[in-house]
Design a protein around this ligand. Structure first.
Ligand code: UD1
Ligand code: MG
Length: 453
C-alpha cells in the first residue's frame, strides 16, 4: 500500500459546544493558525492522495480555511459515524472492492498529531488489520473513549466514557479518534452503526465491534499522549498550546537559536529563525515572522508579519506589525512601532516612534518621538526617507511626503512638504528669548501670592 491508496477524511463539523463560543471549535487558533489546519498539515506531510473535510451547514469560514481541499457538508451533527458517511459520495470512486485502500479518519480537534504516527497507522493496515485505531495513555483518561481488548490483546471494541461501566472506565488505554479503515469495508460497517447510546449519536467508534463480529482483525497502534490531546474546551486549547510551544522552543534551540528564557517565548506555526538568533525573555511571535542569522530580539517584543534582516537588533519593547521589513544591521528600539515599512541596512529608529507606510533608506537615523502621520482619517499615505537622512527628535512627517538622501530635519518639525536631497528643513515656531525675563516674572508671582494670604 502506498500513500496513493490513502484518502483522509477530516471531521470538522462538530459544534464544539464545550468551547462555549460563537466561533466553530476548529477555527480557534493554536500557534496562530486554526485547529483544523494543524491536522490538515499532518495529512499533507503524510502525502495522502485525497483529503475530504467534513464541515457543518453554514461553516463557509471553515471551508475557506481548508481550501483548496474539498469539503462536504454533514447536514445534522449526529455523531462521528454520521460525519464520515457525509464523505461517502465524495469518495465513491476511491478504493473499490480491494482491501488495499485505506480511509484515514482524523479529527480536526486533535491538532498535535504527526505524519510519522499516521504512517504507523497505514503500516498496521498493511499488516492485515481491517481497522487500526490509534490509542494512547493520558495522565488523566478523563472522558476519552476506552479501548477494550480481548484475551490476546487484540482490539475488541471501543466504549465511550458516557456509556462505560465502572470497570471499563478504569481502562487507561484511550481512543485518540484516529482510525485507518479498509476502504472496501468502511461504508458497509458505517451503515450498520446505530444510535442507541448515552448521547443518541452515531459513534464511529462502534465500527470496531461490528468489524470484530464480521471476523475482521482490528489493531491498536499506541502513540505518545502529548500528540493525541483532543481539544474540547478552552482549557484543553490552552493545554494543547502549551505542548506545542514547548516542542517549538526545543526545536528552535536545537536549530541554533538562543532563547534566554524559553518558557516566556511564544512562537507561531510559521515562525522562522536563522542561526545564532538571540531571543530575550517575553517575546511573542505572531504569524509570518522571519528572523535572519545573528539578529537579536530583546525582551518584551511583539512581532507579526515581519522580516528581520541579519544582525538587526529589535527591542526591548518594540512592536513590528505586518509588512515591517528590517534591513541588515538595522535597529528598532524601545517603544517603536513599525508597520508596512522598510528600514534599509543599518537604519535606526531607537526610541518612541511610529514608522508606518514608509521607506527608510540605508543608514538613516530616525530621532526619538518621530511619527509618520500616515492616515488622514480616510486614506493611508506613504513617507519616503532617503539614505543617510537624519530626522530630528519629535518630528511629525505628514504623508505623503519625501525626505531626500542625506537631508536633515530639525527636531520638533512638522514636515508637510518634500525635503530635497542634502537640504536642511526646520518647521517649527521660532524661538524668542528675553534676557532676565524669568527673574522679573518670578518676583511678580511671589508678590501676587503674598497678597492673597
Ligand atoms: C471522540 C471519540 C472518543 C475519543 C475522542 C478523542 C467518538 C464517538 N468518540 O470523542 O472515543 O476518545 O474523540 O478526542 O468518536 N464531529 C463531526 N460531526 C459530528 C460530531 C463530531 O464532524 O456529528 C467532529 C468534531 O468536529 C471533532 C470530531 O468529530 O473534530 C470529534 O468530535 P467530538 O464531539 O469532539 O468527540 P469527542 O467527544 O471528543
Ligand atoms: Mg473531541
Amino acid at each position: 500500500m502506498t500513500v496513493d491508496d490513502v484518502a483522509v477524511v477530516l471531521l470538522a463539523a462538530g459544534k464544539g459546544t464545550r468551547m462555549k463560543s460563537e466561533i466553530p471549535k476548529v477555527l480557534h487558533p493554536l500557534a496562530g493558525q486554526p485547529l483544523v489546519s494543524h491536522a490538515l498539515a499532518a495529512a499533507g506531510a503524510l502525502g495522502a492522495a485525497r483529503c475530504v473535510v467534513v464541515v457543518g451547514p453554514g461553516m463557509e469560514h471553515v471551508a475557506r480555511a481548508v481550501a483548496p481541499h474539498a469539503t462536504v457538508v454533514q447536514e445534522r451533527q449526529q455523531g462521528t459515524a454520521d460525519a464520515v458517511l457525509a464523505a461517502r459520495d465524495a469518495l465513491a470512486d476511491f478504493g473499490g472492492d480491494s482491501d488495499d485502500s485505506t480511509v484515514l479518519v482524523l479529527y480536526a480537534d486533535t491538532p498535535l498529531i504527526r505524519a510519522g504516527t499516521l504512517s504507523r497507522m497505514i503500516a498496521a493496515r498493511e499488516a492485515g488489520a481491517a481497522v487500526a485505531v490509534l490509542g494512547f495513555r493520558p495522565d488523566d483518561p478523563a472522558e476519552y473513549g476506552r479501548l477494550l481488548r480481548d484475551d490476546k490483546g487484540g482490539l475488541e471494541a471501543i466504549v465511550e466514557f458516557r456509556d462505560a461501566d465502572e470497570a471499563q472506565r478504569a481502562v487507561t488505554l484511550c481512543n485518540s479518534g484516529v482510525m485507518a479503515v479498509s476502504a472496501a469495508r468502511l461504508w458497509g460497517l458505517l451503515d450498520r452503526v446505530g444510535n442507541d447510546n448515552a448521547k443518541g449519536e452515531y459513534y464511529l467508534t462502534d465500527i470496531v465491534a461490528l468489524a470484530r463480529a464480521d471476523g475482521l482483525a482490528c489493531a491498536i497502534v499506541e502513540g505518545d499522549a502529548a500528540e493525541m490531546l483532543g481539544v474540547n474546551s478552552r482549557n484543553d486549547l490552552a493545554a494543547a498550546e502549551a505542548v506545542w510551544q514547548q516542542a517549538r522552543r526545543a526545536a528552535a534551540m536545537e536549530d541554533g537559536a538562543t532563547l534566554l528564557d524559553p518558557d516566556s517565548v511564544w512562537f507561531s506555526h510559521d515562525t522562522r529563525l536563522g542561526r545564532d538568533v538571540v531571543v530575550g525573555p517575553s517575546v511573542f511571535f505572531g504569524p509570518g515572522v522571519t528572523v535572519a542569522d545573528g539578529a537579536e530580539i530583546r525582551a518584551f517584543c511583539h512581532l507579526e508579519g515581519a522580516e528581520i534582516g541579519p544582525g538587526a537588533i529589535i527591542g526591548p519593547f518594540a512592536r513590528l506589525r505586518p509588512g515591517a521589513v528590517i534591513g541588515k544591521g538595522a535597529r528598532v528600539g524601545n517603544f517603536v512601532e513599525v508597520k508596512n515599512a522598510v528600514l534599509g541596512e543599518g537604519a535606526k529608529a531607537n526610541h518612541l516612534s511610529y514608522v508606518g507606510d514608509a521607506t527608510v533608506g540605508a543608514g538613516a537615523n530616525i530621532g526619538a518621538g518621530t511619527i509618520t502621520c500616515n492616515y488622514d482619517g480616510f486614506l493611508k499615505h506613504r513617507t519616503e526617507i532617503g539614505k543617510g537622512a537624519f530626522i530630528g527628535s519629535n518630528t511629525a512627517l505628514v504623508a505623503p511626503v519625501n525626505v531626500g538622501d542625506g537631508a536633515i530635519v530639525g527636531a520638533g518639525s512638522t514636515i508637510t512638504k518634500d525635503v530635497p536631497d542634502d537640504a536642511i528643513a526646520v518647521a517649527r515656531g521660532l524661538q524668542k528669548t528675553r534676557q532676565g525675563a524669568a527673574a522679573g516674572y518670578r518676583a511678580g508671582k511671589i508678590k501676587e501670592k503674598k497678597a492673597k494670604k
